[in-house]
Design a protein around this ligand. Structure first.
Ligand SMILES: [Zn+2]
Length: 190
């Protein structure tokens, strides 16, 4: 097992905190190998609180100086445009992910159809290397497993969302439209 796989194992372990939204992430000092911050999906609290955002927030609130550090972000799934942009703004030089956005889409997870590579390509002021497919099978399995239909016909992911944001009316509209397409079935994020 190489270093990337080792840290991805940790991301997978963090994702176990939210088995229905298994987005785990950590930030590592690329030189020392020290884990600087860890996180997982907390969209039950705030819909923008993706796993990567959690790790980035943890890093900034930890007081650890990042000046001159080569930051590496590990995440169980390819960052969505919001998270990839946040990684750039945070000075993260390398992003390592397991499951791709394309795979998430195939599995029925709603995604914004902009790949992390596209965000990087259109951000010439930054240098960020993307490494995908690390422990891809293990990560894919997390997202496959998470899509468990419940007896009432909703998915566990939908249930989390609805319980957290009961006043958001557009959600129920989206849920009722979900049978029309493959991407609308549940709330998703990276
Ligand atoms: Zn995201």
């Amino acid at each position: 097992m190489n270093d990337h796989e080792l840290y991805m194992r940790r991301a997978i372990a963090l994702a176990a905190n939210v088995p229905d939204l298994p987005f785990g992430a950590l930030i590592v000092d690329g030189d020392s190998g020290i884990i600087l911050s860890e996180g997982w999906n907390k969209t039950s609290v705030n819909p923008t609180w993706h796993g990567e955002i959690d790790a980035i927030n943890g890093l900034s609130s930890s007081g650890v100086g990042i000046e001159g550090k080569r930051l590496v972000l590990y995440t169980t799934a390819e960052p969505c445009p919001m998270c990839q942009a946040a990684a750039l703004w945070s000075g993260i030089e390398t992003v390592v992910f397991g499951t791709s956005i394309r795979s998430l889409q195939r599995l029925g997870w709603r995604q914004i159809d902009i790949l992390a590579q596209e965000v990087v390509r259109r951000s010439p002021a930054w240098n960020c290397k993307l490494i995908g497919g690390v422990l891809e099978r293990d990560c894919d399995a997390l997202f496959q497993k998470a899509d468990l239909p419940l007896l009432n016909g909703t998915t566990s992911r939908e249930r989390i969302w609805v319980s957290a944001w009961p006043a958001v009316s557009w959600h129920s509209k989206q849920s009722s439209n979900s049978s029309a397409g493959t991407e609308g079935e549940a709330d998703a994020e990276v």
